[in-house]
Structures are given as structure tokens and as C-alpha cells.
Design a protein around this ligand. Structure first.
Ligand code: WQD
Length: 338
């Protein structure tokens, strides 16, 4: 049982944040959620408590609201922060760059100012494989040069740099930068999962909405990529594996105070769009009609992780396969749409 340790999870009612809160609560941490509900629902905090068997404390608010940040840090003895809060749609970031820099970068700076003021010594940051840009060889390795192909990607590159520079200035601040690949799936209870507002940008929520008949067919964005079946290849990872990686990263910071490390959280395996569509039908018995469409601007042929560093240093690796990813996504969708 973990000593009573209070972790602030920004964006904790979001898709990855909510699953991470469940894992932290079940590992014995206390959890405080701060979320502005711009892309999630308040009732997720209750669902997290039901699933975990222990309730998080919830604050509605935005990182850029100094008053709410001050309240969170002065009303709770925060030991560590896991920072998910941010806008994350690549296409939207191209159309609204200022909103993305203001929300993601300025919001993070406000958070880091509060962390410094309240002498919190541990932060885990939700970064993304998008920082590997489109010129690195695959599989991606943590030491590779970073770049971006969208304002969203640049916010992740900038925040990683801000954390690195802050750690240089304050060497007792422990920093863990986690680069996610493509999270899909849901908690086995079906109570929490990926439930984006509007038309989904990402592949799996689009597939599940075709499956329940809310959308007529899946558009496959290009079948002329340099991949085995011509469709895009990605490293899909179960969101619960991803969530467990955060608990391991927190444990690493406790054991190595003041460290700064970067870890890929992926499976190390690539799966194409059509392979995922077929795996989904195999796992659920639900056929997904699709049509080949033109490539989506900004997409690249293939990327997946070299996850050996996280295995060696965190003792973490993904354990759930495509079948569980597909079944759990479908189970959540069926429950959420009941
Ligand atoms: C996956 C594959 C598409 C939708 C993005 C962000 C990344 C991270 C994860 C936040 C690609 C194809 C998709 C569809 C399709 N987000 N596709 N039809 O683009 O790899 O990564 O989400 O951190 O930063 O860049 O994920 O799910 O959008 O696409 O054919 O309707 O599915 O071309 O090959 P992506 P995705």
C-alpha cells in the first residue's frame, strides 16, 4: 500500500487521464483532478471513483486561472503532478495555432509556476510520439532529434524543452516525459473510455461509431503508403497499459528524486489501418464498411516505438494485445451509447 501520496492529475477526466486516475487510486495514491471539461464530462470523475473503489477530489478549472490553481495547491498537499491537460487535435491546431500555444504552452507555464511556488518536486508530462516529426527512422528511440509537423506537435516539443530548462535551473525537480504512441481501448468495466465530442479525428473512435451505426462507413486515408498493405501503420497501445506506465514513472521519480528521463510508451509493434479494421471485426463480430479515400495531410507512412528503455528502467511493458484493445473499445461504446 502506497504511503498516502496526493497526486494532482490535470486533464484527469479525459481519456488517458481518467484511466491513469483509476490505476493511481488502486495503487493507493490519493488523486486530485483539475479539468476545465472542454473535452470531457464531469461525471467521469464519479465513474473513476466507482471503478477504482476510491473517489478522486475534483476541481473544475483551467490552468490559466491563477485563483483555481492557488486553491488546488493550497487546499491539497500535492506530492506529484501528472500533466495531461491540453488541446490535442492535429488538424485543429493548424487552423487555430494561437489557441493551441495559449492553452497548451501558457497553461503549462502557469502550472509550473504553481509547482515551483508550492515546492512540488515531481512532474510526469504527457508528451507524444508526434515530437519525432517525419524524418526519424523507425522504430523511434528517445535520443532522436525532435521536431514537429503541426502547431500541436510544436506545443509538445516546446513543453519538453521548458521542462528540461526548468530542471536545469531547479535540479531537485524530478521530471518524467512520457511519449505516447496511439492509445486505444478502454477499462474492462466499460465505465470509462474514449468518447470524443463530434466527429472523431482518431481511427478507433471512428471505427466504433461506424460499428454502432452513427457513421455510415470508415474513410481509409490512403492505401498507397510504403507499408505492407498500403495503409498507414501505427503503434496502437491499450490505454490501461499506458496508464500503468504512468504509475511506474511516478515510482521511478520516488526512487530517483530529481531525475529527468524520457520514455516511449508503445508496444514496439506496427499495425496498419486495414489490419486494425479486420482485428476489430474478428474480436467483436462487427463488420466495418470502409472506403479508400485520399491521404490526410500531415500523415506519414508508418511509425512505432522502441520501448526497450521503459522496460529496462521502469520495469514496464505493454501486455494487452489488439484483441483486448478492440473488445474493450467496443464494450465501452456499447455501454456509453445505451
Ligand atoms: C491513425 C491512422 C490515419 C482516421 C494522432 C496524433 C498523435 C496522437 C494520436 C495525441 C493513420 C488513419 C485515421 C480515419 C484513417 N494524438 N485514419 N481514417 O494520426 O497516428 O496520431 O493521434 O497525442 O499526436 O497525431 O492517429 O488515429 O488519427 O490515425 O484512415 O478516419 O489511421 O491516416 O494512418 P495519428 P489517428
Amino acid at each position: 500500500m502506497k504511503k498516502n501520496r496526493m497526486v494532482l492529475v490535470t486533464g484527469g477526466t479525459g481519456y488517458i487521464g481518467s484511466h491513469t486516475c483509476v490505476v493511481l487510486l488502486q495503487a493507493g495514491y490519493q488523486v486530485v483532478i483539475l479539468d476545465n471539461l472542454s473535452n470531457s464530462k464531469r461525471e467521469v470523475a464519479g465513474a473513476v471513483g466507482d471503478v477504482a473503489g476510491a473517489a478522486p477530489v475534483f476541481y473544475e478549472g483551467d490552468l490559466r486561472d491563477g485563483a483555481v490553481l492557488e486553491r488546488v495547491f493550497s487546499e491539497n498537499d500535492i506530492f506529484a503532478v501528472i500533466h495531461f491537460a491540453g488541446m490535442k487535435a492535429v488538424g485543429e491546431s493548424v487552423r487555430q495555432p494561437l489557441a493551441y500555444y495559449e492553452n497548451n504552452v501558457t497553461g503549462t507555464i502557469r502550472l509550473l509556476e504553481a509547482i515551483t511556488r508550492h515546492e512540488v518536486k515531481n512532474i510526469v508530462f504527457s508528451s507524444s510520439a508526434t515530437v519525432y516529426g517525419d524524418r526519424n527512422p523507425i522504430p523511434y528511440v528517445e535520443g532522436m532529434p525532435v521536431s514537429a509537423t503541426s502547431p500541436y506537435g510544436y506545443t509538445k516539443v516546446m513543453i519538453e524543452q521548458i521542462l528540461t530548462d526548468l530542471h536545469t535551473a531547479c535540479p531537485d525537480l524530478g521530471v518524467s516525459i512520457l511519449r505516447y504512441f496511439n492509445p486505444i481501448g478502454a477499462h474492462e468495466s466499460g465505465r470509462i473510455g474514449e468518447n470524443p465530442n463530434g466527429i472523431p479525428n482518431n481511427l478507433m473512435p471512428y471505427i466504433t461509431q461506424v460499428g454502432i451505426g452513427r457513421l455510415p462507413f470508415l474513410g481509409v486515408f490512403g492505401d498507397d503508403y510504403n507499408t505492407p498493405d498500403g495503409t498507414g501503420v501505427r503503434d496502437y497501445i491499450h490505454v490501461m497499459d499506458l496508464a500503468e506506465g504512468h504509475e511506474k514513472a511516478l515510482g521511478y521519480l520516488e526512487a530517483h528524486p530529481g531525475s529527468l528521463e524520457i520514455f516511449n510508451l508503445g508496444t514496439g509493434k506496427g499495425t496498419s489501418v486495414l489490419e486494425l479494421v479486420h482485428a476489430f471485426s474478428e474480436a467483436t463480430g462487427v463488420e466495418i464498411p470502409y472506403r479508400i479515400q485520399p491521404r490526410r495531410p500531415g500523415d506519414i507512412d508508418a511509425f512505432y516505438a522502441d520501448a526497450s528503455r521503459a522496460k529496462a528502467m521502469l520495469g514496464w511493458q505493454a501486455t494487452r494485445g489488439l484483441e483486448e484493445m478492440c473488445k474493450s473499445s467496443w464494450n465501452f461504446t456499447c455501454q456509453a451509447m445505451k
